[in-house]
Design a protein around this ligand. Structure first.
Ligand code: PPS
Length: 568
């Protein structure tokens, strides 16, 4: 049985005096504004959570991590921790240079001494690290559509921790947790990783794990970045606080981990184990489908349900932490008790509510039984996820110029206003370009900025319980997906493809723009000299040929009703 070695892990911070001096000098360095994910990575690099890493991976380390799950020196490390930047930023940089890494307010957090600069093979990275170059995987989508094209590597000099204003008392560095365990004499600690609210099954599982390992329990939820669409961390932490009261105080504690998850299943489990070992834990719970990303584009699971346990087992010694493996827990009605699915007494009735079913019940305001969760947790979830008919949502029309988006969007707005209940805002393509994006043209870069602005405004409206109707061309799949992710964090995103053909749009040519585009007088014109990537999985497809506007708008209303977003 492992016992914890609670000596401190190495951190990358310099002393307070040196930090002040460095900060002063760093003002003149080229500086990179870190993305939210990079801030999470940097925090764990600096505080020793990613020990033995000393900075963002060099090219040699990256290659070996991608291919063999190991750093160039052979140490086990399954996840590429890289600093991705834009081509423009990378252009002026050479290895040997220092750069200042700033948070989103411009505060300098660290200096990166650049040793390596390279253009990664992202398809290879996706295949090897995530198992498939499939955009249905959130981290693969991030890799191709969010991460910059150039990677920088090199050691980090830590100046200060990223600032958190929320739940300060629940955030601990690896060394703070080690000190806490040492103080309480906790020699064996089993960590439970989670990105979901805790329900009764989780509580039972963690109790059993602690009992099995004869260890104390650390509930160690991720509050950095999780899977798009997850319950936000504010809600989750309030839920955790409520559940924590049900654990014996002297044996259990909770700490929040500012990790940016990748949903990489087996590799992620190994990574999570290494991180928990750095936090002073001796045991780690790996359950069914650990850090699973859901279905691939063929509708199949990316990883087998127990692949993560298998890979962890193979490397447990090197990880330095013992795995406590768990099967899926289900409720057995006759016994009024939870059991691992493989230990259910024969003939007994198994009750289970999947994550999807729980979300449906919350969405539709249906009952969530006491055997499944705690009333405090359900109440908290209901507060932040009211039934769909009370939530904000976005209807996002996309289609060629002249396809009829604006006309249908206007009709829809009027119909929704007639129904009343929620404020309605129309973000029409032309109107947005006049008020929000007047400086932008029609290059891919500018179109993307334009759509992301629309997405941002729509997400704010959705978050605050309103209805946003957007009607831009939005020709690129990846950008539409980014907008969907922004909005689905707060409410439904209903993509409506106005699929009027290019021939029909051109024949109508309501604004005379197609003629000018054919004559070459308008460049980069969608459908003529610029691409339009038609959606493949829109919630609704309408074609305006031979159909009147009123009918199209009514189709949208019917769809909204079917999705439970409005009541007839
Ligand atoms: S995008 O791609 O989503 O940013 O475009 P959007 O903001 O919706 O703007 C489209 C309207 O601008 C007019 N217009 C052009 N469209 C496409 N390509 C080029 N080059 C172009 N130049 C001007 C056009 O009238 C579009 O309006 P709609 O309402 O779609 O017809």
């Amino acid at each position: 049985m492992p016992q914890s070695n609670l000596a401190p892990v190495p951190e990358l911070y310099v002393s307070h005096e040196s930090a002040l001096k460095l900060k002063d000098e760093a003002g003149n360095l080229p500086s990179w504004d870190l993305t939210p994910r990079q801030i999470c990575d940097l925090e764990l690099l600096m505080n020793g959570g990613f020990n033995p890493l000393k900075g963002f991976l060099s090219e040699a380390d990256y290659d070996n991590v991608v291919e063999n799950m190991r750093l160039a020196d052979g140490a086990l490390w399954p996840m590429p921790i890289t600093l991705d930047v834009s081509e423009k930023f990378a252009e002026g940089l050479e290895p040997g240079q220092d750069i200042a890494l700033r948070d989103q307010e411009g505060v300098i957090l660290a200096i990166l001494s650049v040793t390596d600069k390279w253009v990664p093979n992202k398809a290879r990275e996706a295949e090897k690290v995530f198992g498939a170059d499939d955009l249905a995987h959130p981290a693969v989508n991030y890799l191709h559509n969010v991460a910059g094209p150039v990677y920088l590597g090199g050691p980090i000099t830590g100046i200060q921790q990223p600032v958190h204003y929320d739940f300060k008392g629940r955030r601990d560095t690896p060394n703070e947790l080690r000190a806490y365990f040492r103080k309480l004499g906790w020699r064996k600690v089993v960590a439970f990783q989670t990105r979901n609210p805790l329900h009764r099954a989780h509580q039972e599982l963690t109790f059993r794990a602690a009992r099995e390992a004869q260890a104390n329990l650390l509930i160690h939820p991720v509050v950095g970045m999780t899977k798009p669409g997850d319950v936000d961390h504010f809600t989750r932490v309030r839920c955790y606080e409520a559940v924590l009261d049900k654990y014996p105080q002297s044996t259990t504690t909770m700490s929040l981990l500012n990790l940016a998850m990748r949903m990489a299943g087996p590799r992620e489990a190994v990574w999570h184990g290494l991180i928990r070992a750095n936090h002073g834990c001796t045991h780690f719970i790996v359950g069914r489908d650990h850090a699973g990303p859901g279905k691939n584009s063929q509708g199949q699971d990316f990883y087998g349900p127990y692949d993560a346990q298998e890979l962890f087992k193979q490397h447990a010694d090197e990880i330095g932490i013992e795995m406590v493996d768990f099967k899926h827990m289900v409720y057995v009605q006759e016994k009024a008790q939870y059991f691992p699915v493989s230990e259910v007494p024969e003939g007994d009735t198994v009750l289970d509510i999947s994550g999807t079913e729980l979300r449906r019940r919350l969405r539709e305001g249906l009952e969530i039984p006491e055997w499944f969760s705690f009333p405090e947790v359900v109440q908290e979830l209901r507060r932040t996820s009211p039934p769909r008919a009370k939530q904000g949502f976005t209807v996002f029309f996309t289609g060629l110029s002249g396809s009829g988006k604006s006309t249908i969007a206007n009709a829809l707005m009027v119909k929704l206003m007639e129904m009343g209940g929620r404020p309605v805002t129309l973000l029409d393509g032309d109107v947005v370009r006049k008020h929000l994006s007047s400086e932008l043209g029609f290059s891919k870069e500018h179109r993307d900025i334009n759509i992301k602005r629309i997405g941002y405004v729509a997400s704010e409206i959705t978050k605050n319980g309103g209805i946003a109707i957007c009607a831009p061309i939005a020709p690129y799949t990846a950008t539409r997906r980014a907008v969907r992710e922004m909005i689905e964090a707060y409410g439904a995103f209903v993509e409506v493809h106005v699929a009027t053909s290019i021939e029909e749009c051109e024949a109508r040519d309501r604004k005379g723009l197609y003629k000018l585009a054919r004559e070459g007088k308008i460049k980069e014109f969608t459908g003529i000299s610029d691409p339009y990537e038609a959606p493949t999985a829109a919630e609704l497809v309408v074609d305006t040929k031979d159909v009147d506007v009123d009918h199209c708008a009514h189709q949208v209303i019917l769809k909204l009703e079917a999705m439970g977003l409005i009541k007839a």
